[in-house]
Structures are given as C-alpha cells and as structure tokens.
Design a protein around this ligand. Structure first.
Ligand SMILES: Nc1nc2c(ncn2[C@@H]2O[C@H](COP(=O)(O)OP(=O)(O)OP(=O)(O)O)[C@@H](O)[C@H]2O)c(=O)[nH]1
Length: 496
C-alpha cells in the first residue's frame, strides 16, 4: 500500500469516527519524552555514518505519455517486482480488457485508477538502480485537473523523469501552451529539481525514427533551458516502455543504428543525492494524516518528507501552527520501522498524545526548542511565466508552499527586478506582466489550513514558512490562477 492510499483510507476513517471532543477524551498520561533518547551528538554521528544516498525521483508528463508503464517496466526489469506478480497483473489486466496496462498496474494499484486507466493520486515506490542507489519514486498523475496531486508528489523530488509521447500530434498536444509537458517541466524546476531525464517514449509507434526524436529534442531544449534547467543536467533518451526497448537494454536494430547513448536505467544511475540539512532543526511538513490501524502502528499517523533535521522515536515534537505537542511512537521508512530518520527521507510517523483535530495537511512538526516561524504575510521574489493575465494588487492566487495549498493575494507590488541579476528595474509598479520578475508582498487567505475535523481554522491565517535562504524546501512558492500555473518564487522575508 502506498502512502497516498494510506492517507485516503485513514482520512475516510477519520470522517467515520469523527474526532473525539476534548471533554470526552480520556485524560492523557504526562507527555514525556522517552528516557532512552539517543543524545543529539551521537544521533548526528549516526546519521552522518548511515547518511543514505537515497534519491527522490518524480515521474511527470502529459496524460497517457506512459509514466506508469515505464515505472512498471523498471520495477520488473530491475527485479524489484517478481515475474510472478507481474504475470498476475498481465492476467488480471487481460481479463478486464486492459492488457496494455499490465506494466502500469505495477504502479496504479488503486481500484479506480485501474478501472479508468489513469493515475489519480501520486504513488510512492522504491527501486534499486543497477549501481545500487535507492530511488524513492513518485509517480504523479498527468491530467490537467490533477495538477494538485502532481505538485504534492513533485514537492518531494530531487530529480525527475519527464515522459514524452513521441507520437505525431501527442507530443505537440503535451507541449502546447495548455499541455502538461510545459506545465510539469516548469513546476518541477520551480520546486527545485535540477537533474532531469527526458524520456521520449512510444518510439516504437513512430518506427524508431531518429528524425522524430531529434525534432522533439530540438523543440524541448530551448524551452527547458529557458525554464532554468542546466544543459549538462538534462539527458534525452528514446524508449518504448511497452516493449522494454532502451529501458534497461537495447536490441532493436533500427534504434541501435542511430542511438548508442544511455538507457533509462543508466540515466537513473547518474542522478546524485543532494546534501541534506540534517544538522538543522526538525521540519516535517505534513502531507497526509490518518489513524494507525494496528496495535504496533497505532495513534495518529502522519506522512511527509523531512525537509530538515532528524526525528527519533520517543522524542517530543511540537505541531505548528497550534500549541500541541506529541510523542513520536514509531517511524516507518518504506514500510520498515526505524529508530530515527533524517532530512530528505519520506517518512510515516505515528504520534501519541495528540488528537488529529489539532493537525492539518500543511502543519509542520518541529522541535519544541526550535519552532518553525509562522507568517500571515510574506515577501516573495517571483518569476512570472509566459502568461497573459495582468497581476495587480489584490490578485488572488492558489499558493503552494511545502505541503500547504492555500489562497494568497498580492497585497503590494514592491518592485520589478531583472530576471538574471535581481537588480531593481522599477519601484511600485502598477501591474506585472508575463515573463517578468518582481518582489511582491503577499497575504495568506483567511482559511489557510484545513483541520482533520473538516473545519477550516477560523481567523487564523498564519502558516509555517521559512526564508528560502534558511530552508529551500520550506521557502519555495508556486502560484496558480484560474487553473494555470502563473509564477514560481522564493520567500525572502515574512511577517506574523
Ligand atoms: N505503443 C506504446 N504504447 C505505450 C508505451 N508506453 C505506454 N504505452 C501505452 O500508453 C497508455 C498509457 O500508459 P500509462 O503508463 O498509463 O500512461 P501514464 O502517463 O501513466 O498515464 P496517466 O498517469 O493517467 O497520465 C497505455 O495504454 C500504455 O500501454 C510504449 O512505449 N509504446
């Protein structure tokens, strides 16, 4: 079961059971940390020694480009999924008249996803590359109306595969101004992804044509460079996920006649894990909340990616915003129980002594002695994409900041700045237009975080944020307007 599913299951459970009113809750035992905590110095040494080189990879691209199929193929060909399990998927997908989805079923394990043949939520799985690195892979949905789920998935990524459908008309549709190839590429770069593998998939459908591959590379390269990717960190690979051609090996004569570059698996091999801020204060933005169902994994479960610091079993954590503390009962990484986890890891943490009503998607777990700042306003340096709508004071956006999805409006246009140097071009502009860069003051909407009781936090519009210079993952912002991603930026300052 993937984390996304867990969240769904438990969210529905929470709805069923409701949240216990404080008055009828059994009195909680004294909230005390375990006496057996590993001292911080020792803990940091352990993290340093075991510093995992795991990489979070997200797989993005236009709807039906073949994202799930490529991942399914990698899982099978790299031995992560047994041939017995794969054969079961082949039989079952055949029975439902969806035999072309046999590989995609390795990823799309929600019933509705299988029935509709689309990825709805993001799914996490892990894979060991041929050179032994562990990739935590997030398969994200391609549909335009599921961009929220795609952003949640991509927020956890260090590197990305952008899947392109090579077929005539299909690449063009994905790369059109409203297509997801463009939007996803911009989004992942804005979310901090630097390493990119561009997989030109379904090359079998275009007769393994070199001309078509070159045409796609030539069209995408200037756009990717303009979006902020570095040429040295982009790899283009032709492949046919369906037949397995150039996923882990190459055998097709036509493809071999003109291509001797990397396979998709070799592109994965070359991705490097970035240095993680594990010595900084704990920051765990909550992506999902659910109820632990077993005797061991009981209490309130939250999942997300550690943006900074280390979390250990037995420790007391503060849940922000709010005044609540909780004790970490159990930590799971990749379905295994672990004593501690450090920055860069996707974790599920079971908490004791807290009512889920006090947690929201977007809450941040931190150390009681190193609290994450809360802000109702912030100053962001934003880069506007190629858009036609003018941005004026008062324009309201849907803002994405770590695991938060909230409304935020421009309260002041401070200045426009040079995209490359950051030098001020004009103070107090009246309007911002497409492709410009600016510093703006933004105010968070009044209903910023939704608690698990279903009610929005009344009148409290403070959210946990940090300056980008203090924590990259906590200080990035993406802005959407009327269903379109219009800008990305970084938080340079904030006010309570
Ligand atoms: N001919 C051909 N078809 C492919 C290839 N890869 C995937 N397909 C087919 O394309 C369709 C979509 O594949 P998926 O893997 O579900 O695509 P997706 O990008 O994950 O879809 P969403 O997550 O819904 O956006 C399926 O029918 C696949 O069998 C390929 O290399 N060649």
């Amino acid at each position: 079961m993937n984390t996304a599913q867990l969240g769904k299951d438990l969210t529905s459970q929470l709805k069923l059971s409701g949240s216990t009113p404080a008055s009828s809750r059994p009195s909680t035992p004294q909230l005390q940390e375990s006496k057996k905590l590993i001292p911080r110095k020792e803990l940091l040494e352990k993290v340093q020694q075991t510093q995992n080189e795991d990489i979070s990879l997200c797989v993005v691209g236009h709807v039906d480009a073949g994202k799930s199929t490529i991942l399914g193929r990698l899982l099978v060909d790299l031995g992560e999924m047994t041939s017995k399990d794969h054969e079961k998927n082949v039989r079952n997908s055949d029975k439902s008249g969806k035999s072309s989805f046999a590989y995609a079923w390795a990823m799309d394990d929600l019933v509705e996803e299988r029935e509709r043949g689309v990825t709805l939520d993001y799914a996490v799985t892990s894979l060991r590359t041929s050179n032994g690195k562990v990739l935590n892979i997030v398969d994200t949905p391609g549909h335009a109306h599921l961009v929220h789920n795609m952003i949640s998935g991509a927020q956890q990524a260090d590197a990305a595969l952008l899947i392109i459908d090579a077929r005539k008309g299909e690449f063009e549709a994905g790369f059109s101004p409203r297509g997801q190839t463009r939007e996803h590429a911009l989004l992942i770069r804005s979310l901090g992804v630097r390493d990119l593998g561009v997989v030109v998939n379904k090359i079998d459908s275009v007769g393994y044509s070199k001309e078509r591959f070159d045409e796609i590379v030539a069209a995408l390269t200037p756009f990717l460079l303009k979006s902020g990717f570095n040429k040295e960190r982009i790899s283009f690979v032709p492949c046919a996920a369906m037949t397995g051609e150039n996923v882990t090996k190459r055998s097709h004569k036509v493809l071999e006649s003109w291509y001797n570059g990397q396979t998709v698996a070799q592109v994965l091999d070359q991705f490097e894990a970035p240095r993680r801020p594990f010595e900084a204060g704990l920051r765990l933005p909550v992506h999902n909340i659910f109820k632990g169902q077993t005797a061991i994994a009981s209490g309130v479960g939250v999942s997300g990616r550690l943006c900074a610091g280390v979390i250990q079993v037995g420790e007391k954590v503060r849940c922000m915003p709010g005044d609540e503390f909780a004790i970490v009962k159990m930590i799971e990484v990749d379905n295994d129980s672990v004593p501690f986890a450090s920055a860069g890891t996707n974790v599920t943490v079971y908490l004791a002594n807290i009512d889920p009503i006090n947690l929201s998607i977007g809450s941040v777990l931190c150390s009681p002695t190193d609290l994450v700042p809360l802000a109702s306003k912030f100053i962001a340096q934003i880069l506007l994409f190629d858009i036609n709508i003018p941005i004026l004071p008062g324009t309201t956006f849907e803002a994405f900041i770590h695991s938060i999805n909230t409304s935020a409006s421009v309260s002041k246009l401070i200045e426009t700045v040079d995209r490359n140097t950051g030098a001020v071009l004009k103070s107090k502009p009246r309007v911002l237009t497409g492709n410009s860069a600016a510093r703006v003051e933004m105010s968070i909407g009044s209903q910023s975080l939704t608690s698990q009781s279903g009610s929005n936090t009344p009148s409290n519009n403070s959210i946990p944020v940090e300056k980008f210079t203090d924590n990259k993952d906590m200080g990035r912002i993406l802005l959407r307007h009327e269903g379109q991603t219009v800008a990305a930026g970084i938080i340079v300052d904030y006010m309570r």
